[in-house]
Write a protein of this length. Sequence first.
Length: 133
Amino acid sequence: MRRLITLLLVAVFTLLIPLSSIAAKEYAPSSQAELTRNMDDFLEKDVSVEGTFLFTGSDFCYQIRKTKINTRDYFCFALGPVNLIRFYLKKNHIQVPELMGLKKGSKIRAYGTFDAMGRDYKFLVVDHFEVVE
């Protein structure tokens, strides 16, 4: 009986280990300049981007009416020193209080899916972010 339980536990853990690695997303490190320069290579891919926090708002990115996401449901924030793409974080995201409390100049690494509309409107739908400094 003990041997059977041990074999079952080994079998279960053997199956769970590969499943957990499939569930974890891998984000390719990039920069705003690289995403802008090689936009077609990164479209709809998971990337991480590091930059200096500039500001956040709920409507400064609203000027585009036809977007792939409903921008009213997101906070938009900017990373610098030069902001080339917009970063969107869902308003009900668990990290919103942290985002709203960030100070200008904080070093941020944002993780999410890069997308664009046309050649001029590039954005990252943020899954999560971290303060790196």
